[in-house]
Each structure stands twice: as structure tokens, then as C-alpha cells.
Write a protein that binds this ligand. Structure first.
Ligand SMILES: CC(C)(COP(=O)(O)OP(=O)(O)OC[C@H]1O[C@@H](n2cnc3c(N)ncnc32)[C@H](O)[C@@H]1OP(=O)(O)O)[C@@H](O)C(=O)NCCC(=O)NCCS
Length: 278
């Protein structure tokens, strides 16, 4: 019999193992952060006494993001993925969430559509391979702004408050959070190493394209010898143009989908946090 239970500390090793098999690059700390932020919002499917799958959610008041839906290979096609989705949606509905979003791989889109998710746009992924490149003009610096001022800026730019999550993320990456200021804050970005050795940039939120460009001009030369990744909402055309100019290349995208009320908040989003938390 399959049962869905809340993810506990003892389940995190299993969650990390599944994400490793999928090569999603998550760290143990990513799952710990999600569980800490909402101790009841991440789930494990149990098939009898064995763990069979996971799903995670992060809630920013009326808006939530659903991610990390993975069922163990040998347990697939038995309805466990559907059960995990139904369970997490019911949980979020009960919390009064009005909009749920996710980044779906194309093979799973029909499952999400059946559950009421609608297509929003392509969630583009870019990678920048290591290589010698000229040092570009900088301008931004490791951020000395408080996490409170970054989260206030973030709220002002995207229109809802994801401060609780961002404060935790920034606290874990104080030395690799960058910002651009000119009397006032113009852009910020968190960069963090992933389990696959890449460095991911995101969130990257900017006042305008010039600020985004200047921020990336500081960050990218620091990582000429590393793989850099960034996720960009397809509807932010300026962001696409900028990352291509900074030598990023297209990778297979996923599909941003939403359930409930559609909210459009991407105007200042030049880099998403990641495909599991939005
Ligand atoms: C997607 C996934 C969680 C589905 O789990 P599952 O337990 O096999 O799903 P179910 O048995 O409940 O089947 C529900 C639907 O999943 C979808 N599905 C089936 N196989 C799939 C696959 N290999 N990849 C993606 N989706 C698949 C189908 O739409 C299926 O509906 P159908 O049986 O009517 O065709 C599972 O295939 C998986 O872990 N894939 C790898 C990780 C991944 O891609 N996760 C989705 C990230 S957005």
C-alpha cells in the first residue's frame, strides 16, 4: 500500500539520492532548507516499508512553488507520482494558496495538465562552459547590504514577499551574494555551488537590463574556469539577450506552468532561483 508522509530529517538522504540520480545538482542543504521553512510542506511516498518518491513545496503566502517530484525508477508507472502531486496540491489548497507554479519536464506535462496546471512560458536554461575570456568591466561587489534590504528590493520588484525563503538562502551564501548599488540598490544575485560542480546564478533580480548586465559582468569573470548555469523566464527577452552576450548557451528548457490565478511577476526576474523553488 502506498502512503504519503511528511518528509522528516531521516528522509533527506533519500531525497538527495533521488535528485543525484536525476543529476539535478541539489545539495543536502537545499532539502534541509525547504523542510526547515515548512516542516509540513515536503512529502515522501512510502510503498509499504520502503521509500518510493518525493515532492517538495515552498509557500510564499498566496503563492507556492512545487518541485522535486521524483519517483524511484523501479516504482514508476504505478500512480505514485500522481498521488504525490494530489497530496501536495491538497496541502497547498488547504493553506489557502491561490497560485501554484512548477517547472515541468515535457514528459510530465500531460500529468500536470490533468491536475489543472496551465502552460505559462518556457523556463529557459543556460550554461556557460569554462574557458579563457577577457575580464569584463565590473562595477558590482560582494553584497554588503543586509538580507533585509535585498528581500525588500525583491518584494518591490516581483510584487510578492518571498523574504522568508530568501533570507535563509542569502544567509547560507553571504560570501557569494552580489549586488549593484548606485546610491540605491539596483540589482542583486545569489551564486552557489551545486552538487555537480557547477555554479548556479539565481535569483538575479534587477531594476533594468543595464543593471543586470553590469552585475553579470562582475560575476562571470570570477568563474571562467567553472561551469555556470542560469535559468531565465522566456518572457524576459532582455535577459535572454544578456546571457547570450555573456557566452551562455541554450540547454533543454522546461515548461513553467501555473494552477489557480495567473500572476505575472517576471519583469525584473533575470534569473530564477532554481527549477524546484521558482
Ligand atoms: C514524473 C514521475 C514523477 C512520474 O511518476 P510515476 O509514479 O511514474 O507517475 P504515475 O504512475 O503517477 O503516472 C502519472 C503520469 O506520469 C507521466 N509519466 C509517466 N512516465 C513518465 C516519465 N518517464 N517521465 C515523466 N513523466 C512520466 C505520465 O503522464 C503518466 O500518466 P499516464 O500513465 O497516463 O501516461 C517519474 O516518471 C519520475 O520520477 N521521473 C523522473 C523525474 C522527473 O522528471 N520528474 C518530473 C520533474 S518536472
Amino acid at each position: 500500500m502506498t502512503e504519503i508522509k511528511v518528509m522528516k530529517g531521516a528522509d533527506i538522504k533519500f531525497a538527495k539520492m533521488l535528485s543525484e540520480i536525476e543529476q539535478w545538482g541539489h545539495l543536502t542543504s537545499d532539502f534541509e532548507r525547504l523542510s526547515r521553512l515548512d516542516p509540513n510542506g515536503c512529502f515522501v511516498a512510502w510503498d509499504g516499508s520502503a521509500r518510493a518518491g518525493i515532492v517538495t513545496t515552498v509557500t510564499y503566502k498566496d503563492y507556492a512553488f512545487l518541485g522535486n517530484l521524483i519517483v524511484k525508477q523501479e516504482k514508476r508507472s504505478r500512480g505514485i507520482g500522481l498521488m504525490l502531486m494530489q497530496h501536495s496540491i491538497a496541502y497547498l489548497d488547504k493553506r489557502g494558496v491561490e497560485t501554484i507554479e512548477l517547472d515541468g519536464v515535457f514528459a510530465a506535462v500531460s500529468l500536470y495538465r490533468r491536475l489543472g496546471f496551465r502552460d505559462k512560458y518556457l523556463s529557459l536554461r543556460f550554461v556557460r562552459k569554462p574557458g579563457e575570456r577577457r575580464k569584463e568591466a565590473a562595477g558590482a561587489k560582494v553584497c554588503s547590504e543586509s538580507s533585509q534590504s535585498l528581500t525588500l528590493f525583491d518584494r518591490e520588484k516581483i510584487g510578492f514577499d518571498r523574504g522568508v525563503f530568501l533570507k535563509e538562502l542569502i544567509k547560507d551564501h553571504t560570501d557569494t551574494t552580489y549586488c549593484l548599488t548606485d546610491g540605491k540598490l539596483l540589482a542583486y544575485a545569489v551564486t552557489r555551488g551545486r552538487a555537480n560542480g557547477a555554479v548556479h546564478i539565481g535569483p538575479l533580480v534587477a531594476e533594468n537590463r543595464i543593471s543586470c548586465d553590469r552585475l553579470l559582468s562582475t560575476i562571470t569573470p570570477k568563474h571562467n574556469q567553472r561551469i555556470l548555469t542560469i535559468g531565465v523566464p522566456e518572457i524576459n527577452r532582455a535577459a535572454i539577450e544578456i546571457v547570450l552576450r555573456h557566452c551562455f548557451e541554450y540547454c533543454p528548457p522546461s515548461l513553467r506552468m501555473y494552477r489557480g490565478s495567473r500572476i505575472d511577476y517576471e519583469r525584473h526576474v533575470y534569473g530564477i532561483v532554481s527549477s524546484d523553488v521558482g
